[in-house]
Design a binder for this molecule. Structure first.
Ligand code: 13P
Ligand code: SF4
Length: 330
């Protein structure tokens, strides 16, 4: 797993005081410690509701680079905490449960990625933000699903590019840009397991519904989707659309914000193929809970620490992404 920080033994078992109003207690601690809570759309609804900012991977990185707070609590997964730390070195960064890894980041060990790069010596290396800091040190520019297409297209068409680690996102960008990027063979276990049959069945039951899909989904899902985009792009599309029903093929946490912004519309989670459950959840994202968030602020742990040398190298491709995103107004 992509996580080499130590979670203090027993930390996750520290009980929260009985009968405590968790929402109030978290708000009090946040104020007392000048902390900011940043949450990804895949966090459970109560965490999104208490967060200062809720956003996609790009927005979380942008906020982390700008915040005036002394402490950042990143309610997301480990690589998001790492990215926040790299961008805000002087701040203390915490993730409520450091076991919150990412199957996609884990599918790309830095040593193997380095060998892959060595086999393609004249290639520019573009890495998805869902990677360890060590992989980012091997990268020329980082992208998220919000800016990947535009950043790839900012390079001249003849540029030879390695894209890692998500083969689905990379394949999708190849298909819409006509590029021929060399792809690392990685994937996200959540987005890979949507069931084509079950989505088509839902479409039959809701013929007017639009199918929205995240580009980490397999190409068979992307081909039948009416719209493909990052979590924030799916949210904007659903909000701006005149349609009333949407089948949503990404982690089901996004439905919270979709429903909140569009109470009159119907959002149907696309189901996974290997379960009877209607929703598709990221087990890593859901490791963070309100209790762990409270303990994290109260005890100021578990903290993200990264080697200085790694920070220095990993910062460059992330900064480059932020600069390009600003230039491209993303
Ligand atoms: P975005 O937040 O960029 O849409 O990415 C989704 C994701 O899988 C994050 O882990
Ligand atoms: Fe990683 Fe997939 Fe979970 Fe996102 S949804 S954190 S890509 S495992």
């Amino acid at each position: 797993m992509s996580n080499n920080n130590l979670q203090p033994a027993g930390f996750l078992n520290i009980p929260v005081p009985k009968d405590i109003d968790l929402v109030q207690a978290i708000q009090n601690l946040k104020k007392e410690k000048n902390a900011v809570i940043l949450a990804h759309y895949y966090q459970e609804g109560v965490i999104q509701d208490i967060a200062d900012y809720v956003g996609d991977s790009l927005a979380l990185a942008q906020w982390a680079s700008k915040t005036e707070a002394d402490i950042i609590v990143l309610c997301g997964v480990h690589f998001m905490g790492e990215t926040a730390k790299i961008l805000s070195l002087e701040k203390r960064v915490f993730v409520p449960d450091l076991n919150a890894g990412c199957s996609l980041a884990d599918s790309c060990p830095a040593e193997e990625f380095e060998k892959f790069i060595q086999k393609h010596p004249d290639h520019t290396v573009i890495s998805y933000v869902n990677t360890t800091a060590a992989v980012k040190t091997l990268t020329d520019v980082v992208v998220t699903s919000t800016n990947a297409r535009q950043i790839v297209e900012s390079f001249p068409p003849e540029t030879k590019i390695i894209f890692g680690p998500d083969k689905n996102l990379g394949g999708y960008i190849n298909s819409i840009t006509g590029r021929n990027m060399v792809l690392w063979d990685g994937a996200c276990h959540v987005h890979e397991r949507f069931s084509l049959e079950k989505i088509l069945q839902l479409k039959e039951e809701h013929p007017d519904a639009l199918i929205l899909a995240h580009p980490e989904c397999k190409s068979v899902i992307l081909k039948i989707a009416d719209f493909v985009g990052s979590t924030s792009a799916l949210l904007s599309l659903a909000t701006q659309s005149d349609k009333k029903e949407f089948i949503v093929a990404t982690e089901s946490g996004i439905l919270h914000e979709m429903q909140e912004k569009n109470p009159e519309k119907v959002f149907i989670p696309a189901p996974p193929n290997d379960s009877t459950c209607a929703c598709n959840e990221c087990v890593f994202m859901k490791l963070n809970t309100m209790e762990k968030l409270y303990n994290c602020l109260q005890y100021e742990m578990p903290e993200i620490f990264i080697d200085e040398e790694i920070i220095e190298k990993a910062k460059k491709p992330i900064q480059k992404m932020l600069e390009l995103s600003e230039k491209l107004k993303l």
